[in-house]
Design a protein around this ligand. Structure first.
Ligand code: NDP
Ligand code: BG6
Length: 588
C-alpha cells in the first residue's frame, strides 16, 4: 500500500499552505475525504448556558451548575435530556448506508482517558476529522450512566482551536455520541453486552471498531481476549490501541506480544508511543528529507554528536506506584527517546509507507552497540526546602517503597555501528523533578576545519560550532545556531539563531499527539505506531543494562528536586568530548 507524505490533521480548517496526505482514503482528515461533513441538526432545547469561557479564551462545559441550575444532578439530567434528543438525531442521521466507527475506551474512568483520550476525540470531532457515523463508548468497572460519563468528559473538554465558533454546540453534539457500559475487563458477558449496545448504534451498517486499552498492563490480555471474542466487528475492521508499558524487558514484552497475537494479528495492534504523534517529531523526516541543506550533512562526516533531552519540572506525583516498577529508563528512554533516535538516524526509506519507514527504524535499532553500564548514569531526586517551599524526595511518595533505588533520572551514551554513524555519540538524558520541562533534539556539528575566524570565536570552540535545535516542547521551535558578524566597523562575532518559532510562524494551534494518533488508528495508518520487531529491538538494547543495574543494585546519584540533575551526567558527556546543549543558559 503505497502512500505519499501526508498529514493526519489536514482537515478542512487546515491552512492551505500545509502539505496534504494522499494515502488511502483514510489519510487527510477522514471526514473531508470519505465522510463529507454535514451540518448536525441542533435540537431546539439545547442551551448554551452550561458552557463557560475560560481565562485563556477557550470554552468549556462547566461542571459547576450555572446560576439557574441548582445542583449537579440537575445539570446531569439536563445533559441527559439534551443528549437523548441528540441520539434521536444520530439514529435518524444514519439511515444512509455508510460505514460506522465505534471507539471504545476501555478504562474510561481513568486518568489517561479523561486527560487525553476523550479531549483528543472531541478535538477531532470539532475539526470535522471524525467519520460521519461514529460512536464513542466508555467501558470500565465503575458504575456510571451515560449522562454521568458525559458530565465526566465535559469537565476536560476545551475548544482549543477556534475559540468561539459553535463550541458549545459542538460539545453537546459530541457528548450525544458518547455512551457508557460498565463491566469487568475479563468478562465475556460484559463485552457481549457492549457488543449489543454497539450494534444498536451501528444499525446494520458495516461496523468498524477501535478499542483503546487505557488500563493497567496486567489486564491488557483479559480485555483483548474478551473484546476479540465477544465484541469484535462481524463485518468491518477491529483494531486495538495498546498503551505502554509494553512489558518490562525483552521476555515480558515478547510474552505480551505472543499473548496479544492469540487474539489479534499484528495489523490489528496499534502500540502507541505518543511522542511519535508530536508535531516536531513527525516533522523530523520532512526537515531532513525535503531540504537539500540537511540530508547531505546527516552523517558522521559533519555531525559531532546528537542529544535527546527530556526533562520534567515535577516529580512522579500521583504515579509513584506505577513508576517505581519501571523507572525513567523504561518510562522514557526505551520508548520515547529511542523512537526519536531511530527516526533521526534511519536511512532514507523506500517510501513513506508505514512498513518502509518501520523497516528503516528497525535497522537502526538493530545496529546499535550494546549499551555498557559505564555509559550510563542514574539519579534519583531528593527533597529540600527553599524559600519556604518544600520539595519532596522521590521516596517521600507514599506509593514508593522506602529505600527504592529506582532511577528518576538517567543519562546514556549510545552508538550506532553503521557506516553513517560510526563513532558519533548519541547522548540521551531523561529526568523528573529537574529545573525545566522540555523535550528537544540537539545536533552539534563539527568544527570548521582551518577556521579563518578561529581567533574571534573565543576559547570554547564547541560552543561556537553550529547546532541545530529541534524543540519538541514546550513552545515548539527549530533553530540553527550560527556564528555571525555583529554589525559595526569592527570584526566581532557572536552566536545568533536562525529561528523558526512555531507560535510566531503558524497561527494554527498544534494538535495534541493523541489526536494525530487516534486519527491514524481510525484511518489504518501504522506509520506512527510501533511494530513488534521494533519493540523487540528496543528491548534488546536496554534489557541487559536494566538487568545489570538491578542485579548490582546500582545506587542512583541523588540530585536536588528542581536542579540540573546528577553531576555525573556531565562527566559522561565530557568523556565523549560533549557538552550538554541545555546546560548552558546563556547559549541555549
Ligand atoms: P489508571 O490507573 O487511571 O487506570 C485506568 C482504569 O483502569 C481505572 O480508572 C480503573 O477503572 C481501571 N483499573 C485501574 N487499576 C486496575 C486494576 N488493578 N485492576 C483492574 N482495573 C483497574 O490508568 P491511567 O489512565 O493512568 O493509564 C492507562 C494506561 O495508559 C496504563 O497502561 C498507563 O501505563 C498508560 N499511560 C498512562 C499515562 C498517563 O498520563 N496517565 C501516560 C502514558 C501511558 P475501573 O475501576 O472503573 O474499572
Ligand atoms: C509518559 C510517561 O509516557 O510520558 C510519563 O509515562 C511522562 O512519565 C509523559 O510524564 C510525558 O509526556 P508529555 O507528552 O507530557 O511530555
Amino acid at each position: 500500500m503505497a502512500s505519499t507524505i501526508s498529514s493526519s490533521l489536514n482537515c478542512p480548517t487546515s491552512s492551505s499552505s500545509s502539505y496534504s496526505r494522499t494515502t488511502p482514503a483514510s489519510r487527510s482528515c477522514l471526514h473531508s475525504l470519505s465522510f463529507p461533513p454535514k451540518p448536525f441538526p441542533l435540537p431546539k432545547k439545547i442551551s448554551l448556558r452550561n458552557v463557560v469561557n475560560t481565562h485563556d479564551g477557550a470554552v468549556a462545559a462547566t461542571a459547576t451548575p450555572p446560576e439557574n441550575v441548582s445542583s449537579l444532578e440537575e445539570l446531569k439530567d439536563e445533559l441527559l435530556s439534551i443528549t437523548a434528543s441528540l441520539e434521536e438525531d444520530v439514529r435518524f442521521d444514519i439511515k444512509e448506508k455508510e460505514d460506522t466507527v465505534s471507539i471504545t475506551v476501555v478504562g474510561a474512568s481513568g486518568d489517561l482517558a479523561k486527560k487525553k483520550i476523550f479531549p483528543a476525540l472531541f478535538a477531532l470531532y470539532y475539526e470535522d476529522c471524525l467519520p460521519k457515523h461514529f460512536t464513542v463508548f466508555g467501558y470500565a468497572r465503575s458504575k456510571m450512566t451515560d449522562a454521568e460519563l458525559r458530565v465526566m468528559i465535559s469537565r476536560t473538554l476545551t475548544c482549543r482551536i477556534d475559540k468561539s465558533e459553535n463550541c458549545g454546540e459542538k460539545m453537546e453534539q459530541f457528548l450525544g455520541r458518547c455512551f457508557y457500559h460498565s463491566g469487568q475487563y475479563d468478562s465475556d458477558e460484559g463485552f457481549a453486552e457492549l457488543d449489543t449496545k454497539l450494534k444498536v448504534h451501528e444499525v446494520g451498517r458495516v461496523s468498524n471498531r477501535l478499542f483503546y486499552l487505557s488500563i493497567p498492563p496486567n489486564i491488557f490480555i483479559d480485555a483483548v481476549r474478551c473484546a476479540s471474542t465477544s465484541a469484535s466487528s462481524a463485518n468491518g475492521w477491529t483494531r486495538v490501541i495498546v498503551e505502554k508499558p509494553f512489558g518490562r524487558d525483552s521476555e515480558s514484552s515478547a510474552a505480551l506480544t505472543r499473548d496479544l497475537k492469540q487474539y489479534l494479528v499484528e495489523d490489528q495492534i496499534f502500540r502507541i508511543d505518543h511522542y511519535l504523534g508530536k508535531e516536531l517529531v513527525e516533522n523530523l523526516s520532512v526537515l531532513r528529507f525535503s531540504n537539500l541543506i540537511f540530508e547531505p550533512l546527516w552523517s558522521r562526516q559533519y555531525i559531532r554528536n546528537v542529544q535527546f533531552i527530556f526533562s520534567e519540572n515535577f516529580g512522579t506525583e500521583g504515579r509513584g506506584g506505577y513508576f517505581d516498577n519501571y523507572g525513567i529508563i523504561r518510562d522514557i528512554m526505551q520508548n520515547h527517546l529511542l523512537q526519536i533516535l531511530a527516526l533521526f538516524a534511519m536511512e532514507t526509506p523506500v517510501s513513506l509507507d508505514a512498513e518502509d519507514i518501520r523497516n528503516e527504524k528497525v535497522k537502526v535499532l538493530r545496529s546499535m552497540k550494546p549499551l555498557q553500564l559505564d555509559d550510563v548514569v542514574v539519579g534519583q531526586y531528593k527533597g529540600h526546602t527553599e524559600g519556604g517551599v518544600t520539595y519532596p524526595a522521590y521516596t517521600d511518595d507514599k506509593t514508593v517503597p522506602k529505600g527504592s533505588l529506582t532511577p528518576t533520572f538517567a543519562a546514556a551514551a549510545l552508538f550506532i555501528n553503521n557506516a553513517r554513524w560510526d563513532g558519533v555519540p548519541f547522548l540521551m538524558k531523561a529526568g523528573k523533578a529537574l529545573g525545566s520541562k522540555r523535550a528537544e533534539i540537539r545536533v552539534q556539528f563539527r568544527h570548521v576545519p582551518g577556521n579563518l575566524f578561529k581567533t574571534k570565536l573565543g576559547p570554547d570552540h564547541d560552543r561556537s560550532t553550529n547546532e541545530l535545535v529541534i524543540r519538541v516542547q514546550p513552545d515548539e521551535a527549530i533553530y540553527l545556531k550560527i556564528n555571525n558578524k555583529v554589525p559595526g566597523l569592527s570584526m566581532r562575532l557572536d552566536r545568533s539563531n536562525l529561528n523558526l518559532h512555531y507560535a510566531a510562524r503558524y497561527s494554527k494551534e498544534i494538535p495534541d499527539a493523541y489526536e494525530r494518533l487516534l486519527l491514524d488508528a481510525i484511518g489504518g495508518e501504522r506509520r506512527l505506531f510501533i511494530r513488534s520487531d521494533e519493540l523487540d529491538a528496543a528491548w534488546a538494547l536496554f534489557t541487559p543494562l536494566l538487568k545489570e543495574l538491578e542485579e548490582k543494585k546500582v545506587e542512583p546519584e541523588l540530585y536536588l528536586y528542581g536542579s540540573e540533575g546528577p553531576v555525573k551526567a556531565h562527566h559522561l558527556a565530557y568523556r565523549y568530548k560533549v557538552q550538554w546543549g541545555d546546560s548552558d543558559n546563556e547559549h541555549r
